[in-house]
Ligand binder design. Structure first.
Ligand code: THU
Length: 156
């Protein structure tokens, strides 16, 4: 029997097409990106979370000379939220990147480890987390839930 996963997402052609709160979130992710510590990869990533109370949490990638000791922007932001606002739901996460690590034909999208953490951040709250992925050509992919990014995710 064949089974199929489908991924539904929206694309807007520019930031200006987002509603004001999402535009503010993109700006926050860009500000976070500008503070990334990425001297080894020279690939800067910013992540911004909007909590259900409207608060915005920012994170960026933090690298280390012992490469695996570094951490991605998404997890910096999600773990900060988990550490400091464990009972406040995350409404939306926005991710922006800068650098030429990703080939132009490939989408900007979180790594597998971040997807795993996004999945559990979502599972521990009562609502899905929207995902805004700002592409290098300025389009923005909008997903309805983190779980859409990780079919057959490892979860309890
Ligand atoms: N990086 C992120 O911050 N998020 C991702 O989803 C993928 C990769 C960071 C890790 C490292 O500092 C740099 O980008 C290059 O991989």
């Amino acid at each position: 029997m064949n089974q199929e996963f489908t991924l539904q997402y929206n694309i807007v052609s520019a930031e200006s097409e987002l509603h004001a709160a999402d535009q503010q979130l993109v700006s926050a992710a860009k500000a976070a990106r500008s503070r990334a510590y990425a001297p080894y990869s020279r690939f800067q990533v910013g992540a911004a979370l909007r909590l259900e109370n409207g608060q915005i949490i920012e994170g960026n990638n933090q690298e280390n000379i012992a490469y695996p000791s570094g951490l991605c922007a998404e997890r910096v932001a999600l773990f900060y939220a988990g550490a400091n606002h464990p009972n406040v739901a995350i409404e939306t996460i926005c991710i922006v990147v800068q650098g030429d690590l990703i080939a132009p034909e490939n989408a900007v999208s979180p790594c597998g480890s971040c997807r795993q953490v996004m999945l559990e951040s979502e599972a521990r709250q009562s609502r899905p987390i929207r995902v805004l992925l700002v592409q290098n050509d300025a389009r923005i992919f909008i997903l309805n839930a983190c779980k859409d990014l990780l079919p057959f995710g490892f979860m309890k």
